[in-house]
Each structure stands twice: as structure tokens, then as C-alpha cells.
Design a protein. Structure first.
Length: 337
């Protein structure tokens, strides 16, 4: 091949070029061997295919890279200029491939919303199942916010009420039902209902209960509360200042003194009591969510952990006569994935 896709003195024109690393690899090997037959053997391709790749690269760059006579192959001036750049690109490409060849090489970011509840137990079991993986906990508030972070690539996994998400967002997420969580109410310890072991939904009629109204991060939870409260004459508390952290949440709730909609595993706070809701038992549908297409052994461990805990403790056995909105019940019965 008397390679002359362009005149040897022609300057390279690289604006808008998106060169296939395979072509750069072919160029580098020919440059090292200065012999097309040996280069083709190193690349495990036919010499004609190698010649086509070099011609294609020369056309893309707008310059000749080799001069070949019957006796020798030599780099042109532009070929000499390209060689160090091509090697750096190939090195970077190899580093990129290595970084993503093993998904376990990076931490998996797992949002738990609040520590000490079912999601935290799933994470703890997953760490036992995959000790080589780094599963990093985050404690943010609300699946509405977390789902956007997942789709933006700033978070990997979260838990919550997936049926309350925008359908367009939900369509881009993988989901696995985890638990029908019995719900509860968090009461000031001197509230008239605090002395009871359980609180019937009828007993909350006329009460004003906080459920995250006004918090854009927890819209799925507030929507769920509206559905529940509408059936039993419970008033949704107006927006309160957004509290980050348990101490701030406790301080704000102490000022408003409103009962708070929660789940039975909600961690206790000084000055409050958690009382299960009954007659009927309302259920909070806990779902594990992740970005579709995500591959990571930590995610596999989380899914196995949720399955095992669910089987051991009956998390996916729905109590008879319990309350759950239709869309949530349908999603909880869906095949995971």
C-alpha cells in the first residue's frame, strides 16, 4: 500500500472528529512494527482489513500517516505527530475500561431515608452477603427527591413508596417490593392518645397529623397520607419548616405538637411515643428502587437481602383486612425488575 490518502505534507484537520479507538490501535501497532504483515498478525486481523483501517483513519484526519514502498514502511511527519497522542488516548481508554470492568470497584450509594428501620436492616444484611462491596449509606428524606438523584447518577439505590412517583420517572427505575410496613402515629407523650397501646384510625378523626406537606422531597408520602386521611376524617397538617436530621425534626415537631404519620419501626425520640395504627391496619408499601440497567454486586446483595428478610419475617404477607390504595397494591404484586 503506497499510503497516500492525503499528501504527506498536508496538515491534519481534526475538528469534529470522533475517532474509533480501534483505528488508533491499528495505527500504533503499524507504527511500532513498520511492517503491515507483522502488524496484522499482532492484531489478529487480515492485512487487507488493516490497510482499510489505516486508510479510514487517514481519511478522518485528512492526512497521510505512512509512506510505504516495496522495501519499507515509514511514518510521515503527521504520523510522527499523531503517535504520542494516539498512545495517550489508548492508555486512557484502557484505564476507563478497567475502571468499569469490575462494578464492585466503586461504592454503591444507598439512601435509607431514616436509620433504624427496615431499609437499614436490608443494608446490614446485604453487607453480610457481600463483604467485599462498599455499600455507603445516605440518610436523605423522600423517594421523590431520591428518584431524581438516582436518574441523575448521584445516587444508586433508595427505598420508599414507588407508586407515588411520576409515571415517567417510575418507568426508568428498576423496582423490587420489600415490605408491607404497618403504619403508626408518633405522638407527644402527654397526648390523650399516648396512653393507648394502639390507636384506631377512627380515634384520629378531627386530629391534625403531620405527613410532610410542603416538602418537595416527600411528595409521594404526603400523597399517600391524603388518601388515608380522606377515608377517616383526619386533617393534614400544614407545611412545617424543612427539618434535616433527627434533632431538628424533634425540635420542630415539639413546637407544632401535631401527631406525625410514621411506621411501626420509626425510631423513638425523647418526649414522644410510637403507637401502631389499627382498625384497619394501614400499610406503607416499601419498595427498593434503582436506575434501570445498573449492574453492581452490591445491588444484587441488597435484592437478596430483601428477599431473605422478607421470607424470614413475613414482610410480603399482607394482613387480612388491612388498608392499602389500589395502585400501591398493584405495584407490590408486580414481578421485581
Amino acid at each position: 500500500m503506497a499510503s497516500s490518502a492525503a499528501d504527506p505534507g498536508t496538515q491534519m484537520h481534526t475538528a469534529g472528529i470522533h475517532t474509533d479507538p480501534r483505528l488508533l490501535r491499528a495505527f500504533v501497532v503499524v507504527a511500532e512494527e513498520l511492517h503491515f504483515t507483522r502488524a496484522a498478525a499482532r492484531l489478529y486481523i487480515a492485512q487487507q482489513a488493516l490497510s482499510r483501517d489505516i486508510r479510514r483513519l487517514e481519511c478522518e484526519l485528512g492526512t497521510a500517516l505512512f509512506v510505504r514502498t516495496t522495501r519499507q514502511v515509514a511514518l510521515t511527519a503527521d504520523g510522527e505527530r499523531l503517535l504520542p497522542y494516539a498512545r495517550r488516548v489508548l492508555d486512557a481508554h484502557a484505564e476507563l475500561a478497567a475502571a468499569f470492568a469490575d462494578p464492585a470497584a466503586r461504592p454503591l450509594l444507598v439512601d435509607l431515608n431514616t436509620d433504624g428501620m427496615a431499609a437499614a436492616r436490608v443494608l446490614a444484611r446485604a453487607r453480610e452477603l457481600a463483604p467485599a462491596c462498599e455499600l455507603m449509606a445516605r440518610f436523605e428524606s423522600g423517594l421523590t427527591w431520591a428518584a431524581d438523584e438516582i436518574l441523575a447518577g448521584r445516587l444508586d439505590v433508595s427505598f420508599g413508596r414507588a407508586a407515588g412517583l411520576d409515571p415517567a420517572v417510575r418507568a426508568r427505575l428498576g423496582m423490587q417490593p420489600v415490605r408491607y410496613e404497618p403504619m403508626a402515629v408518633l405522638l407527644p407523650e402527654d397526648h390523650p392518645l399516648a396512653a393507648r397501646e394502639t390507636v384506631a384510625l377512627d380515634d384520629l378523626a378531627g386530629e391534625t397529623v403531620y405527613a410532610g406537606a410542603g416538602n418537595p422531597r416527600t411528595e409521594e408520602w404526603t400523597d399517600f397520607a391524603r388518601l388515608l386521611f380522606a377515608d377517616w376524617g383526619i386533617q393534614l397538617a400544614p407545611p412545617a419548616p424543612l427539618a434535616i436530621g433527627v434533632a431538628e425534626f424533634q425540635r420542630v415537631m415539639a413546637k407544632t405538637r401535631n401527631p406525625v404519620l410514621a411506621v411501626v419501626d420509626f425510631p423513638p425520640m425523647p418526649g414522644t411515643v410510637v403507637r401502631p395504627l389499627v382498625r384497619p391496619v394501614p400499610l406503607s408499601p416499601l419498595v427498593l428502587v434503582w436506575r434501570k440497567g445498573l449492574r453492581h454486586p452490591g445491588l444484587d446483595a441488597l435484592r437478596r437481602a430483601a428477599d431473605r428478610l422478607g421470607a424470614e419475617e413475613g414482610w410480603m404477607a399482607r394482613p387480612g383486612g388491612s388498608w392499602l390504595p389500589g395502585p400501591d397494591a398493584e405495584l407490590m404484586m408486580r414481578k421485581p425488575g
